[in-house]
Design a protein. Structure first.
Length: 188
């Protein structure tokens, strides 16, 4: 978020994370879309803090799987454990489900919905990062499905990109950039 504000030349906003405010209850993510979940999280934060709040919900949509894992991306495999264990299990399940799918049908997109809730109202935007799913994980960077996601026009998976390269083209970066006009209004 800092990079987006800096790139847009927006000043006058102080960014806080969840660690900077008193803990509050968040409703479970039960939305059928990334947009519904992002908006619910931003509403919870705004109600609890009274501060303008931005929240994100993101994941991977695979065309051959009718858009799944979608909003279930983080818990696709149902395997409990730490983030790394879940990531490995989710990726293994995804690759198993796509094992017999030809390259021409392995299209996917990382999706991020970002919601801003403030006294001025609610804004929800969506950013997508198109690509395909490769057959074997490559790269050590990133997290989640990054090692099997090959962005359109790239010969490197998301896990093989530097953080700066990924930020410049990612779904989350694209969504946050769309929030710039509303953030500029908040900054006055």
């Amino acid at each position: 978020m800092h990079r987006v504000l800096d790139a847009a030349g927006i000043s006058g906003l102080t960014l806080l994370s969840l660690d900077d405010v008193a803990a509050f209850d968040e409703a479970p993510e039960t939305g059928a879309t990334f947009e519904e979940n992002a908006l619910a999280k931003a509403r919870d934060a705004y109600r609890a803090t009274g501060l303008p709040s931005v929240a994100d919900d993101s994941g991977l949509e695979v065309a051959a799987l009718n858009g799944m894992p979608g909003v279930l991306s983080a818990r696709w495999s149902g395997v409990p454990g730490d983030a790394a264990e879940k990531d490995r299990a989710n990726t293994a399940l995804l690759l198993a489900q796509l094992e017999d799918v030809p390259e021409s049908r392995r299209n996917a997109a990382f999706v991020s919905a970002c919601a801003l809730v403030s006294a001025a109202g609610e804004v929800v935007v969506r950013g997508e990062w198109p690509g395909t799913i490769v057959r074997k994980p490559r790269g050590d960077g990133g997290f989640g499905y990054d090692p099997v996601f090959l962005p359109t026009g790239s010969d490197r998976t998301a896990a093989e990109l530097s953080p700066a390269e990924k930020d410049a083209v990612s779904h989350r970066g694209r969504a946050l950039t769309q929030l710039v006009p509303a953030l500029r209004e908040l900054a006055g």
